[in-house]
Design a protein around this ligand. Sequence first.
Ligand code: PTT
Ligand code: SF4
Length: 608
Amino acid sequence: MNGWWGRVLYINLTSRQVKEITLDSSIYLEYLGGRGLAVKLLWDLNPVGVDPYSPYNHLVIANGPLSSLPAPSSGKVQVATKSPLTGGYGDGNLGSMASFHLKRSGYDAVVVTGASKKPIYLYIEDGRVEFRDAEDLWGLDTFTAEDKLVREHGRSVGILLIGPAGENLARYATIVSQKGRSGGRPGVGAVMGSKKLKAIVIKGSREPPIANREEFQRVASEAYNKILKSDGYDFWIRQGTMMTIVWSQQNSVLPTKNFREGVWEEYESISGDLMEKLKVDRRGCPFCNMQCGNVILDDSGEESELDYENVAMLGSNILLSDLRRVAEINKLADKMGIDTISLGNSLAFYMEASERKLVEERLEWGDYREIKRLVVDASYRRGLGAFIAEGVWRMAKSIGREALDFAIHVKGLEVSAYDCHTAPGMALAYGTSPIGAHHKDAWIISYEVKTDRLGYTREKVERLVFLQDVRGGMFESLTTCRLPWVEVGLDLDYYPKLLTAATGVSWSLDSLRTVANRVYSLIRAFWIREYGGWDREMDYPPPRWFKHPLTKGPYTGHKLDFDKYSKMLDMYYEMRGWDERGIPRRETLRKLNLDYVITTLEKIVELK
Ligand code: PTT
Ligand code: SF4
């Protein structure tokens, strides 16, 4: 089979057994790789209703048919599991040489189950697995631990690892690589920690099978050149995702004071323009010619790699107005291996609870010293940090009813950095994102602010489904970075062309959208199975956007309209072939070759 190896490496940490699972080619044609392959494996392998921290939960690390091949931004890898933050399907996507080496080691994915009694790390070389002692790595931050592993194994390996947050089961701990790439927002790092698995070091030297190498190289080099010559390239290279701070402020969507407002008077103190002046380096992911990891020196004089989400969530949302200080918190989060978006939300939620006198221990807005202490304490789950490490949904439930109104999450995952008081399409994107509130599946807000900003229209829902199919379906399953398309306008047609050259199977955007549709319905089925049912309320955005109108900026007085949102949700369900409860219809499941989930779902809900 070209493009894929057709096999998955299955590692049991309890029994220390390793086996190879071979998969039929139809699985790859139907699920592609990355997210698609991960949810299929989790559906098949995870026991129903398993506790995310149980040894029986599986951790999947998967890449796709373009991985390790020199095509634009193909150096990403998907990490997925049943989430300890949401209780549903959770994943993330990070740029790392681990993507390259996983593919070169002869596998499409590594699946880890069981749990070790003692801290270990895995060393995988061309499919040979060694269980190595990690007592001396346990407790180290991700930067120090990675340095140690590089000293042991050299630079030509891929390393995925967790920090203290993952070890101590902070619910939104991530997996980190290359000192600044982080993925798996819904606690994928905590699941790795629950297995006492500190790191995976992987090395591969096998040439992956490819159908038409010459054609692949021709299309890829054309695409690389298009990127270099694109209009937006120069500005992108200067600011990367950090350009979004000013854009968000101008469009009144910059998350401010726990998503209370969409504008912040002090936005210039954290802007991309300021970052440009302070920038000392630029980094990025493998195979990328638009490297966007902008590095500045933080408050301690150390390097910190900035992105929009990190800076908005740890800047405007908690009212911290000094880019070097924001950079310091961001670097600490990377070292600890904890998600900056959920962290920024959790801190802001607690600050608001403190302001409203709903909690005893005080925490002031923008209190740098306390914030710094809490990032570390959350990662070690000590004192107030243990509460912060639970995430806003659990904190709000334990505080009580009033707090649920300003808990900014969907399905337990904290919202990323776009305020939606005046963006109904983006609110629906958060509401229906398959892992809980994340912008990665549909960043419709850039379209929304340019078109019918305040409208609740069918066109928006159609656009949303298209974006989900392309971003959450195609890019997440190919495991290539979507930014060449999003940010510098690389034509989407390059992706089916590259895929066709790699696999020898003819692909089109339409056939890729069918894969995406299947993946979305399977993820929804996974949630229903794990939750033992479904309610459309699970697809609602946070109550704040319906209840608390903006008090600042050009949209003062605006908030979302619940009935109109609900109608958009109906349209969304109809387009996905789901019923009015958000449950896939029997006919939809059949059409998507998901017949095998029907028997399971029928035991839980009535299928229409
Ligand atoms: C992603 C989420 C994002 S999305 C950001 S900044 W962004 C935050 N980054 C974090 C970080 O850094 N450190 C940390 N401790 N926590 C962090 N949490 C947040 O995590 C990232 C880039 C970015 S920067 C974006 S938009 C794009 N995301 C992609 C995606 O999701 N899929 C895809 N196919 N391509 C993408 N390209 C871009 O990648 P999660 P990375 Mg990240 C330090 O993983 O869990 O999905 O959360 O992967 O290699 O760091 O690249 O303004
Ligand atoms: Fe990585 Fe940025 Fe390149 Fe995407 S554009 S592959 S996030 S460096």
